[in-house]
Design a protein around this ligand. Structure first.
Ligand SMILES: [Zn+2]
Length: 144
């Protein structure tokens, strides 16, 4: 198996952990990062695991869904109230769990699907790390 890594840095979006007992329950933002380790058994015609120049579908997905967005949990009881209070003020993206860990898992699922379509399942993800600013991170590693 061969691997390569791609990092997406300084993606600004906000979130809130409504069940947290501390300050994480308030809407707040980070500059997020997503680092993906791609793998394959057979290189492409150029000798690459994946041609980074052709990863526009992941970059476009990040820009469309995350850039300057607010991420909230589906189960957040204030979600509809907050988002509907001023619809023009929010670009929302709803997930099961907007913690670093929850996002690592969610992005793995989303990007795996995109990757499978783009590479006809030749390339897969062996780990995906989400960083919150420069201090905190969480990694999802699928059981292959
Ligand atoms: Zn946070």
């Amino acid at each position: 198996m061969l691997t390569c890594k791609k990092e997406y840095r300084d993606i600004p979006f906000s979130h809130r952990q409504h069940t947290h007992s501390g300050h994480c329950s308030y809407i707040h933002g980070h500059n997020w990062g997503i680092e993906i380790t791609f793998a394959c058994k057979n290189l492409d015609a150029n000798g690459f695991v994946i041609d980074f120049g052709k990863l526009k579908s992941i970059k476009n997905w990040i820009e469309s869904n995350l850039d300057h967005a607010i991420l909230m949990n589906e189960s957040d009881p204030e979600k509809d109230h907050i988002l509907k209070s001023c619809p023009s003020a929010f670009k929302s993206y709803i997930v099961d769990n907007c913690s670093c860990e929850g996002l690592a898992f969610h992005f793995y699922e989303v990007f795996s699907k995109i990757l499978s379509e783009d590479t006809k399942s030749r390339v897969f993800i062996v780990d995906l790390t989400v960083t919150e600013d420069s201090k905190n991170s969480a990694t999802f590693c699928p059981e292959l």
